[in-house]
Design a protein around this ligand. Structure first.
Ligand code: G16
Length: 542
């Protein structure tokens, strides 16, 4: 039976960089989730007769929230919900499923790399029929609906057991519970040379894949160990847990320090990788050789043609603005287009749909291609493995060769977390006001060439997105970018992105922090970061 429950708008339900992310208790307090789900349903024009994909990264409250979503989808007239068994679907697998099954969209439950648990973070986002995160226009409609909602509809009675494969009815709606892994693993097998990678492993190549107690564990066991023959035990922390083993499922050198230690040890495996809470991010590390996400994107763009799925070459590439220009140099050499978009995978969707970009990536540990409409952690790992198998080189050699050919865009991101929101807002506002006056001024060893606030005009649909980060360019080609994160759940996170190009063959193997010292000093002098945040230094350096 359909119940219509009176409600009233809840403040602050504005989707951020990737859906709505809040503390778990906030989402658990009825009707917070219910309001937001109804706003999504209304914001996308209803779900009557439609098919939705539903799944999440398995974090605390995942299964309960899916029960609510199924009951609301049924009460709003949806025809079918396709759910990953146990409520599990990695974000890229969900994107693939939406596309493969020609669903009308999907609801993905995840706060990505943010910690999970009763006191940690939860999140929900809507992906459209192309499998990608909703555009800004759609998230604006959803947000508008959160502000004038008066009721929500929910099916009275329990949702079917999502632990059991097969179909069940919920009112007039079919709930179809599917294997969350098989379709995705098949897709990977269609893109990469599994035979070559199998030979690599058979010849003794060793991998350590750290699933960080999150969603990619079961996917990695199936693909790396079962289908590709990596030694049993290659996948570590491979069982998803509701609080990610008490950890922070963010694949970077800080949070994946166990992997870093293993890869910098004397008996290090040949290749290390990690993925995040919902499986869309990746970290790549060779023996004693961490690969920055921006460099990884450049290498993949350069060598993707070695994998069967990309043998025809790339139509173009795209990167988010704060990502380094390493990939631009590859694109220029190949004579293909390179697009610069705002932070957020949603901005790649139109370029991928229009066939103008084949590969996309971000400094925030995300790379992907037109095979789905999300970034894809295991995809990046498999493309790297394909490249290693095809070239016979190790990660360190690949990087040395790449820098020797293209130069090295030294790169680092400094994060100041849980900064007072007012102080962070004032820092950004004051710097924005100062931008026009910066050109020509000297800060330590550097002189400002130009400075601006980044805005993006989508070349496909003509939409305009302003206020996407502040950029300061120096006359020596170095750059600093400042923006506030759109994925945090407490206070503000200030991100400072630092980059400097080096082409001197004798200077390609320095420590990035040392290579970037002048930029770090200059941007602190310009923006007053230490003084305004009250911090001695960043909380996280990647
Ligand atoms: C999300 C988005 C990415 C973005 C990242 C960081 O990733 O999908 O496109 O780069 O957030 O955003 P911010 O700098 O605003 O925190 P994920 O993996 O968290 O879904």
């Amino acid at each position: 039976m359909i119940q219509t429950i009176q409600t009233s708008p809840i403040a602050g339900q504005k989707p951020g960089t990737s859906g709505l992310r809040k503390k778990t208790p906030v989402f658990m307090a009825t009707p917070y989730l219910e309001n937001y789900v109804q706003a999504i349903i209304d914001g996308i024009g209803g779900v009557e007769g439609r098919t939705l994909v539903v799944g999440g990264d398995g974090r605390y409250f995942n299964d309960t929230a899916i029960g609510v979503i199924l009951r609301m989808a049924a009460a709003n007239g949806a025809a079918r919900c396709i759910v990953g068994q146990g409520g599990l679907l990695s974000t890229p697998a969900a994107s693939h499923l939406i596309r493969k099954r020609k669903a009308d969209g999907g609801l993905i439950l995840s706060a990505s790399h943010n910690p999970g648990g009763p006191e940690a973070d939860f999140g929900l986002k809507y992906n459209g029929p192309n499998g990608g995160p909703a555009s800004e226009a759609v998230t604006d409609q959803i947000f508008a609906r959160t502000q004038d909602l008066t009721e929500y509809r929910i099916w009275e009675g329990d949702a079917p057991d999502i632990g059991l494969l097969g179909e069940a009815q919920l009112g007039a709606m079919v709930v179809e519970v599917i294997d969350p892994i098989a379709d995705y693993a098949d897709l990977m097998e269609s893109l990469f040379d599994f035979a070559a990678i199998r030979t690599l492993f058979a010849d003794g190549f060793r991998i350590r894949f750290d699933a960080m107690h999150a969603i990619t564990g079961p996917y990695a066991h199936e693909i790396l160990e079962n289908r590709l023959g990596a030694a049993a035990g290659s996948v570590v922390n491979g069982t998803p847990s509701p609080d990610f083993g008490g950890g922070h499922p963010d694949p970077n050198p800080i949070w994946a320090h166990e992997l870093m230690a293993a890869m910098y040890a004397d008996d290090a495996p040949d290749f290390g990788a990690a993925s995040d809470g919902d499986g869309d991010r990746n970290m790549i590390v060779g023996r004693g050789c961490y690969v920055s996400p921006s460099d990884s994107l450049a290498v993949l763009a350069d060598l993707a043609h070695l994998a069967p799925g990309y043998a025809g070459g790339l139509a173009g590439v795209a990167r988010s603005m704060p990502t380094s220009a390493a990939v631009d140099r590859v694109a220029a050499a190949k004579g293909i287009a390179c697009f610069e978009t705002p932070t957020g995978w949603k901005f790649f969707g139109n370029l991928l749909d229009a066939g103008r970009a084949t590969l996309c990536g971000e400094e925030s540990a995300g790379t992907g291609s037109n095979h789905v409409r999300e970034k894809d952690g295991l995809w990046a790992v498999l493309l790297w493995l394909n490249i290693l198998a095809s070239t016979g080189k190790g990660v360190g050699q690949i990087m040395s060769d790449h820098w020797a050919r293209y130069g090295r865009n030294y790169y680092s991101r400094h994060d100041y977390e849980e900064v007072n929101s007012d102080a962070a807002g004032a820092l950004i506002a004051d710097l924005r006001a100062e931008l026009p006056a910066l050109a020509g001024k000297s800060y330590g060893a550097l002189i400002v060439d130009s400075a601006d606030a980044f805005a993006y005009d989508d070349p496909v649909d003509g939409s305009h997105s302003a206020g996407q980060g502040l950029r300061v360019f120096f006359t020596n080609g170095a750059r600093a970018v400042l923006r506030l994160s759109g994925t945090g759940t407490a206070g503000a996170t200030l991100r400072v992105y630092l980059e400097a190009l080096e082409t001197d063959p004798a200077a390609l193997h320095h420590d990035p922090q040392a290579a970037l010292a002048d930029v770090i000093t200059a941007i602190d002098a310009i923006a007053g970061i230490a003084a305004r945040t009250g911090r001695q230094g960043p909380d996280v350096i990647t």
